[in-house]
Design a protein around this ligand. Structure first.
Ligand code: SF4
Length: 297
């Protein structure tokens, strides 16, 4: 028997103060996204518990445990319903986004969920982007690397928003508290950006009262430029999104927001470095195989 689908509160959509509804077992959750600048319909593959290869101190997923498990049928029904509700209310869906309570590519349901969501997007929300927010863990598995490559270069592509919070192993240990080796992950990211377009996302915050030190700032920017160069041999890096902490985390106050000026300073430094290497290209606007945009939010 099909499980009861809770009503979606589409009328209450606004900037989210937290994502606590995800911890109540929902598979589909509409939110106003500052990243996409509009209505984003989230897909959660982990309704029962958090599953991730990182343990970022800024992570917004609070400890929880639910009895239910993921159901492809329920996800499809909830997504069709959410898109239908958005249509009835005249709300444009900017994107459908795999995010939720952990790293989506670690779910055994990810390949079939991606296929199902792609199909529903084509049928019911062709204007919406399809997005995966990932820490890159899936790139270390050959079958997921191939799947993401295929999806990101398809005619109706998957937009991959890839986390790159650190340029040094030391900051990586602090900000991501990972179960993956830094060099191995960066090597796979480098390999992937040569073949498929990605958007790089970087969280800028202080940990235990300490902002990223100068050597970390320099190493991150060097790595960012190296990835742009690697990407230019293929479809290229679309954009760098630098963002700060704005919502509660279970480890508060371990991780603290930095002033907006700090984020602007880091973005300005990257823009200048891109302009120095590619002076003929208009930095700030996407051109074919040119430097990516750098945005702050
Ligand atoms: S990668 Fe994402 S889900 Fe995983 S711990 Fe970090 S913020 Fe949380």
């Amino acid at each position: 028997m099909r499980p009861e689908i809770p009503p979606l509160k589409m009328s209450a959509i606004g900037p989210v103060k937290n994502h606590r509804g995800r911890e109540e077992g929902v598979l589909v959750y509409p939110v106003y996204s500052r990243r996409s600048g509009g209505l984003s319909v989230g897909i959660n593959l982990f309704p029962d518990r958090k599953v991730c290869s990182f343990d970022c101190p800024y992570c917004e997923v609070f400890p929880f445990q639910n009895a239910g498990t993921f159901s492809l049928e329920r996800m499809e029904a909830e997504l069709v319903r959410a898109l239908g509700e958005a249509g009835k209310q005249g709300l444009a869906v900017r994107d459908i986004c795999f995010s939720g309570n952990g790293e989506p590519s670690l779910s055994p349901f990810f390949p079939e969920a991606l296929a199902a969501v792609s199909r529903i997007r084509s049928e019911a929300a062709a204007e919406a982007a399809l997005v995966l927010i990932t820490n890159g863990a899936g790139l270390l598995r050959a079958e997921i690397f191939s799947l993401l490559h295929e999806a990101a270069t398809a005619p109706e592509p998957l937009d991959i928003w890839l986390k790159l919070d650190a340029g040094t192993p030391q900051w990586y240990e602090k900000i991501n508290r990972p179960a993956l080796a830094f060099t191995e992950l960066i090597s796979k990211i480098r390999d992937f950006v040569r073949r498929a377009p990605v958007t790089i996302q970087t969280m800028l915050c202080a940990i235990d009262g300490i902002a990223p030190p100068p050597e970390e700032e320099a190493a991150w920017e060097k790595l960012a430029l190296e990835l742009v160069r690697a990407g230019m041999k293929g479809p290229g890096i679309r954009a760098f999104q630098l963002y700060g902490k704005v919502r509660p985390s279970p480890t508060d106050p371990r991780c603290q927001a930095l002033p907006p000026e700090y984020l602007e300073k880091r973005a300005a430094s990257l823009r200048a470095a891109l302009a120095a290497e590619w002076p003929a290209a208009p930095v700030g606007s996407r051109i074919s195989r040119g430097p990516p945009t750098v945005s702050v939010f």
